[in-house]
Ligand binder design. Structure first.
Ligand code: UDP
Length: 538
């Protein structure tokens, strides 16, 4: 048995007996394969077949029990990327009695989180698809603590950012290839399979052109809880007192270059009267980059995965994303979406090179670095003449790759002009206090009293109490919205009121039933829930 897994001693015979008698037990959350995470006891994996195995016995549990719908298309997504057909999870079934004829199981004593990394060589994918989802999946299930072990099943080698994955748990993560060295049949005592998608904000364009996810559920607060954790693990103190403000230019050194970087750095330093430093993944350690970015006033970078590091910027900082010629910033917004998440409190600015003179193209490079020499002549000419890459699907659109891998001479006056439209004085971390926005509760004890004057006029006096949570809050402005709807009509009269009572007489008819809807509003845009509808008869 492997050294790796033998830290916790387990009683082998008891474990084997439990497996044979109880079989596999699975209980999942989620209604669809795209939002499902499953918890297993005694899930096994055959390293020869490269298949997970579910053992049936008298005590096994399989919830949901989908029958053959388990293959339509899968039980669940193993990565956080939604419904990607290379990322599906399933298992094969066997009776527990078959264990008699199988290799002796090797038990994994650690609580396991089993998942796929999506693209571990690209920093944006590492954070967005893997690290944040793993972190919050672990937060969701209390036995996925720092003693849990991560199992990456996508089949890649460690990749250049493996050290980051190691921060998430105290145990070394294991890769699919490594499982072979542990045994022929591995049985996970307790495991969770799948990743939470609750923190992801971007879809990469597999079924429709890339863009922000339709229903973003994460805010800056949760992002910053994650970055705080990562910085603690990296031994970087978050609140540094060094008062000097500075700008970071995050450069790429292999491709998509800024050709006049020295000039750019000088111009930024001069314009904003701030020290300006340049970093790159090639020349700086990850920790050094995080340390620098986490105290920067502004981050300037070409579009590209390195910009995901704006996760670590302090509140109030500015992100400036530079786009090469013919690439419409509005069509590629992973970093804009991140910077503008509610509560991220970052300013986002996009600049695009619109001058053909300032771009350097590489038509003769290999296709995956943007070369187009493999295309027919007419197509090559069309691409070279085009002034904007049309919207496209991921991931091998040659026109997109051609333009994405251009180098750019940044037009400094044009860039400064664009930044100045947003950043009026000095950029930089406003030492803001917590600005979380709290919503009002329901108004309470709503009442109405009607009075009729003659045959054509009536009045409706409505009153209510403040929401319960308002007693404990300082709120700049408290207003109430009241909708008065005649029963059976589908229109209503809306009112915004400052007090807790009001007598309505406009358009109020005698001998009519009105539905009255009331909600509280904090600071103009924090809308609370409507209280139970009030029925009022005049
Ligand atoms: N990368 C880098 N320097 C470079 C080019 C790329 O550090 O000069 C990194 C980049 O940050 C990403 C990975 O290499 O993590 C893959 O880059 P690619 O251009 O394929 O992806 P993109 O940045 O466009 O998402």
């Amino acid at each position: 048995q492997s050294q790796e897994l033998s830290e916790a001693q387990i009683d082998y015979h008891a474990a084997l007996q439990a497996l044979v008698e109880n079989g596999t037990r699975m209980v999942c959350t989620g209604r669809m394969h795209t939002d499902r995470i499953c918890r297993f006891e005694s899930l096994c994996y055959s390293t020869e077949a490269e298949e997970f195995v579910y053992f049936h016995s008298n005590s096994s549990v399989m919830l949901p029990n989908l029958g053959s719908r388990r293959f339509q298309p899968a039980l669940l997504d193993l990565s956080s990327v939604e419904d990607h057909n290379t990322q599906y999870f399933n298992f094969v079934e066997l009776p527990a009695a078959a264990l008699k004829f199988m290799p002796k199981p090797v038990f994994v004593p650690d609580v396991a989180l089993i998942a796929n990394r999506f693209n571990p060589d690209n920093l944006m994918h590492v954070f967005h698809d893997d690290l944040l989802p793993i972190y919050y999946t672990m937060q969701q299930f209390s036995d996925l603590d720092l003693e849990a072990r991560l199992f990456f099943m996508e089949g890649w080698t460690e990749g250049v950012h493996f050290d980051l994955y190691k921060l998430l748990s105290n145990k070394q993560p294991l890769l699919r290839e490594e499982l072979k060295t542990l045994g022929r049949l591995l049985c996970f005592t307790k495991s969770y399979v799948g990743l939470s998608k609750i923190t992801t904000w971007y879809q990469y364009g597999f079924v429709q052109p890339q863009g922000p996810k339709a229903n973003i559920l994460v805010s800056g607060n949760e992002i910053r809880q994650f970055t705080k954790f990562m910085m603690q693990k990296l031994n970087i103190s978050s609140e540094q007192s060094s008062s000097e403000e500075y700008i970071v230019v995050f450069s790429r050194t292999i491709n998509r270059l800024i050709l006049n970087e020295a000039e750019l750095i000088l111009a930024l330093a001069q314009e904003f009267q701030m020290k300006t430093i340049s970093v790159s993944l090639e020349e700086h350690s990850f920790s050094d980059i995080v340390r620098l970015i986490s105290n920067a006033s502004m981050l300037v970078s070409m579009h590209g995965a390195q910009l995901v590091m704006s996760l670590f910027l302090p509140r109030g900082a500015t992100v400036v994303e530079l786009f090469p010629y013919a690439i419409n910033p509005e069509h590629y917004t992973p970093y804009k979406t991140l910077a503008t998440l509610p509560g991220m409190d970052l300013q986002y600015i996009a600049w695009q090179n619109t001058d053909r003179e300032d771009t350097v193209t590489y038509p003769d490079r290999p296709w995956d670095q943007g070369g187009i020499a493999h295309l027919d002549k007419a197509e090559q000419e069309r691409i070279i003449k085009s002034t904007e890459v049309p919207r496209h699907l991921c991931c091998r659109n040659p026109e997109w790759l051609f333009r994405a891998y251009q180098d750019t001479k940044v037009n400094i006056p044009s860039l400064i002009h664009v930044i100045r439209q947003t950043v009026k004085s000095k950029p930089g971390p406003k030492r803001q206090k917590w600005s979380g926005s709290l919503y009002p509760g329901k108004v309470r004890d709503a009442k109405c009293q009607a009075s009729v004057q003659g045959t054509s006029e009536a009045k409706l006096a409505v009153s209510w109490q403040i929401p319960w949570n308002l007693r404990y809050l300082k709120v700049r402005e408290v207003k109430y919205e009241v909708w008065i709807q005649e029963q059976g009509e589908n229109t209503y009269m809306p009112y915004i009121l400052s007090h807790q009572n009001h007598t309505f007489s406009e358009n109020i008819k005698p001998f009519t039933i009105y539905l009255v809807w009331i909600r509280c509003i904090f600071n103009k845009n924090l809308l609370g829930p409507f209280a139970d509808v009030l029925l009022c008869s005049t």
